[in-house]
Every structure is written in structure tokens, then in C-alpha cells.
Design a protein around this ligand. Structure first.
Ligand SMILES: Cc1cc2nc3c(=O)[nH]c(=O)nc-3n(C[C@H](O)[C@H](O)[C@H](O)COP(=O)(O)OP(=O)(O)OC[C@H]3O[C@@H](n4cnc5c(N)ncnc54)[C@H](O)[C@@H]3O)c2cc1C
Ligand code: FES
Length: 290
């Protein structure tokens, strides 16, 4: 995996511009943070918490969804998409335009250079969030962090997107507008294939499709199945890991995952600084997940 080195991560208090529902329990949060917008690259993340009060005490990590640009293309704001899970995301969902949040980032390694050919993104649940900007970056449509891939670096991008039920599918129109084909899977069959999102990938690989790169993001059980599938077909695959994080910058070790080392042994590595993007070949899975 050809990961991009992290850039400076600064802490700022910035205002919310929008916080709008886009799917069941799912919101798009627009943050007025031009400094972050100019620096952040696909696959990187930021820590976010309400600026006032101590509830929650700890900020929560969120991947870049998209950089918002003004009419002349200058990055001015950052969009995140989040699903309400517990205390931190419930607090975020109550924030209104003008309210302040504390952010730090960009954090993590982010994705590397465009691999060429056709790429497939495999997302489970809210794991689709890194793929809008990544698709647009690799398709050569936009620069991120001052880096632009040439148009046609990637011929096509497809998102295989699995959710429990149709109402949870968030941002499908955003992907389609960006020229990223979307194929859905749901647990209850309310839209698309009824079953696992990895079934959609297995079907394509079994019929002879050979993408230049597969990228996955979602729950550990899904990433573990995906890793076994790509290993069987000997295809390159990156995973964006979403381990629990307390600090986001390497100080607390709450986010460690077992990662294979060059000598074949495995060692615990901090997902927030050495990831969140790892080659699927390097992630060691125990049981159905970590
Ligand atoms: C690098 C990174 C990028 C992320 N990007 C996004 C994103 O773009 N959009 C988004 O909605 N979420 C994203 N997440 C996950 C998000 O950070 C968690 O959903 C959030 O921290 C939950 O906070 P909470 O206070 O609402 O829930 P909590 O009260 O902290 O937790 C509620 C329940 O959810 C479980 N839980 C919390 N976090 C996780 C997790 N990461 N994995 C599995 N179970 C968890 C807890 O064990 C608990 O059972 C990302 C995580 C990481 C590490
Ligand atoms: S979240 Fe603290 S070390 Fe990774």
C-alpha cells in the first residue's frame, strides 16, 4: 500500500455551517474550517467534539466525506457524514448552524496514489464515507491537500454498499453524481441484493472481473471476510479501519490492531497514526474480527 504521509494536525474551534439529516439516523455535518479543507486528503480523518461542555469528554473520529469549495474552486469547508450510535454522535446531531465544535486533524495516513484501471470500493454501514472523496480524487476530478491525480488515473470506480435496510443508505446520489457506480445490498432485501455486500464482490470476482484495487471500510467482521476473499483471488486491497479512538494522535494506544510485520510476526500498531489505511495482507484477523 502506497500511503501518504500525515500532514500537520492542528486543534481549532470552528463553526458549524450545516447539520442536516440525509438518511435514517444519519447526518451531513458541514464545518467552516478552511485550513482543514485545504490540507485534508481522502482516507484521513479528524477528531470532533462540541466546543462547550464536557459531554462527551472525548472527541470522536470521523473520516473526510468531502471538501466543499467556493465558486473559484478554493477549499472552504469540510463535510462529514455520521450515523448516530451513542453519546458523542447524539450530541453532534443536536448541534445547529453557528454552534462551535473543536476539531483536530488532518490525522492518519490517508490513501496513496491512484492505481489505474478499475477500482472497487466495498462499504459496510457508515463505512462508505471515505469513498466519495477517494473516488473523485482517483478519477482525477479534484485535488485534495494540494495533490491532484491526472484525469483518467482510474478508468472507473464502483461502490458496493451494504446496509441493514434501505433507509440507512446515505449519499448514494453524491456518489452517482461523481460518476461512481453504486450497487446496494441490504440485510432485509428492501433494496438491491438481499445479503452481504461481500456477496456482490464475490459474484464479480467469480465471473472473472479483476479490479486494479479493492478498498474496504466497515465493521471488522465484514473486513475480515473481505480480506479472505481478496486473498483467494490474489488481488490488492486496502482497508480503512475504524477502531475505537480516544486521542487520535498516538498517545493513548486505545486504537491498536495486530499488524503483520516484515519478518512475518504480528505486532500491535496504532491505527490512528500508522493507519487507518492498511493493506489487507498486513491486517491479522482473529475469529470474525479483532
Ligand atoms: C478513522 C475513523 C473514521 C471514522 N469515520 C466515521 C464516519 O465517517 N462516520 C461515522 O458515522 N463514524 C465514523 N467512525 C466511527 C465513529 O467514530 C463512531 O461511530 C463514534 O465514535 C461513536 O461515538 P458515540 O459517542 O456516538 O458512541 P459511543 O457511545 O462511543 O459508543 C456506542 C456504542 O458503539 C460502539 N462503538 C463506538 N465506536 C465504535 C467503532 N469505531 N467501532 C465499533 N463500535 C463502536 C461502542 O462500543 C458502544 O457499544 C470512524 C471511526 C474511525 C476510527
Ligand atoms: S487513539 Fe490514541 S493512540 Fe490511537
Amino acid at each position: 500500500m502506497d500511503a501518504v504521509a500525515p500532514v500537520n494536525a492542528a486543534r481549532r474551534t470552528v463553526a458549524i455551517l450545516e447539520n442536516v439529516p440525509i438518511a435514517t439516523d444519519t447526518y451531513r455535518l458541514r464545518i467552516n474550517d478552511p485550513v482543514m479543507a485545504r490540507a485534508i486528503r481522502p482516507g484521513q480523518f479528524l477528531m470532533v467534539k462540541p466546543a462547550s461542555g464536557t459531554d462527551p469528554l472525548l472527541a470522536r473520529p470521523f473520516a473526510l466525506y468531502e471538501v466543499v469549495r467556493d465558486d473559484s474552486g478554493v477549499p472552504v469547508a469540510v463535510d462529514l457524514v455520521y450515523v448516530v450510535i451513542g453519546r458523542g454522535t447524539s450530541c453532534l446531531s443536536r448541534l445547529r448552524p453557528g454552534d462551535l465544535v473543536t476539531t483536530w486533524g488532518p490525522l492518519g495516513n490517508g490513501f496513496g496514489a491512484a492505481p489505474g484501471g478499475a477500482v472497487i470500493f466495498v462499504a459496510g454501514g457508515i463505512g462508505q464515507t471515505p469513498f466519495l472523496s477517494l473516488g473523485r480524487w482517483w478519477l482525477g476530478q479534484s485535488d485534495y491537500g494540494g495533490v491532484r491525480h491526472s484525469t483518467g488515473s482510474v478508468d472507473s470506480a464502483t461502490l458496493l454498499y451494504g446496509v441493514r435496510t434501505a433507509g440507512l443508505a446515505a449519499g448514494v446520489a453524491d456518489f452517482e453524481r461523481a460518476g461512481i457506480a453504486v450497487e446496494l445490498a441490504t440485510d432485509d432485501g428492501s433494496v438491491g441484493h438481499q445479503g452481504y455486500v461481500t456477496d456482490l464482490l464475490a459474484r464479480r470476482l467469480e465471473s472473472g472481473e479483476r479490479p486494479s484495487r479493492i478498498v474496504g471500510c466497515g465493521p471488522p467482521a465484514m473486513l475480515s471476510v473481505l480480506s479472505r476473499l481478496v486473498e483467494k483471488f490474489n488481488l490488492p486491497c486496502d482497508l480503512s479501519m475504524e477502531n475505537h479512538m480516544a486521542c487520535g494522535f498516538g498517545a493513548c494506544f486505545s486504537c491498536v490492531a495486530p499488524i503483520r510485520q516484515a519478518d512475518g510476526s504480528s505486532d500491535l500498531r496504532r491505527v490512528c497514526v500508522e493507519g487507518p489505511i492498511f493493506s489487507s495482507r498486513d491486517v491479522v484477523w482473529t475469529g470474525s474480527g479483532h
